[in-house]
Write a protein that binds this ligand. Sequence first.
Ligand SMILES: Nc1ncnc2c1ncn2[C@@H]1O[C@H](COP(=O)(O)OP(=O)(O)OP(=O)(O)O)[C@@H](O)[C@H]1O
Ligand SMILES: [Mg+2]
Length: 242
Amino acid sequence: MTDTAITVEGLRKRYGDTQAVDGVSFEVKHGEFYGILGPNGAGKTTTLEIIEGLREPDEGTARLLGEASWPRNPALLHRIGVQLQASAFFERLSAREQIHTFASLYGVPGDRADAMLETVGLNDKSGTRENKLSGGQAQRLSIACALVHDPELVFLDEPTTGLDPQARRNLWDLLRTINSEGRTVVLTTHYMDEAEILCDRVAVMDNGRILRVGTPAQLIEELGVRSLEDVFLQLTGREYRE
Ligand SMILES: Nc1ncnc2c1ncn2[C@@H]1O[C@H](COP(=O)(O)OP(=O)(O)OP(=O)(O)O)[C@@H](O)[C@H]1O
Ligand SMILES: [Mg+2]
């Protein structure tokens, strides 16, 4: 086994006149916590969806755990966990039914599904239908569903957007635990404090390209600024929050 969990080479994706991803290459090591930062429309979600095997690139390749992610690769499904930016639930099911459905698709016992629901603090909402959950509760449910089968590689697209401060901190703890147990985590975020606290390395993206990669401390030093927020502002010319 190499020490590389993800290898991305030369990804490109165009939608009509928009070059959403414009030649993206990077590597993520096993056990690394990797962040992708960038303003709205930078191409973060499109990049992640290609890497996850949900979208076909126009050009380039992504390899996960040594396997090509496109054409969609069933061998990878059990090994990766995906939380999408727009959460997708089965209609009319309760929170508990949702996660139990995910669990059974993966052959995971029901008590593990209930434990995940508790981990994300949704015990008291287990009987609530997906369309009656608050935004933050739905977000937490989709994270629980992405983690229920204990994947080696976890992709999270803005997992803490819309969460209250306590729920954010709880999720940080959960992600740190998962990572410290050896799982590789890739997340996108608009929160620079979150990136600084969680990520071993970050890639700053804009206009479909990666502008720079490094540890938060390296980037701060290289650019001679005081914070990751300043790094973001200097590289993208934009404030870090929408
Ligand atoms: N399905 C699609 N059809 C057409 N254009 C798309 C589609 N998905 C994304 N785009 C365009 O591609 C570009 C990159 O979008 P993407 O969703 O990857 O950005 P992002 O970095 O995830 O942004 P955000 O921070 O808002 O989530 C944007 O200009 C967007 O309008
Ligand atoms: Mg996005």
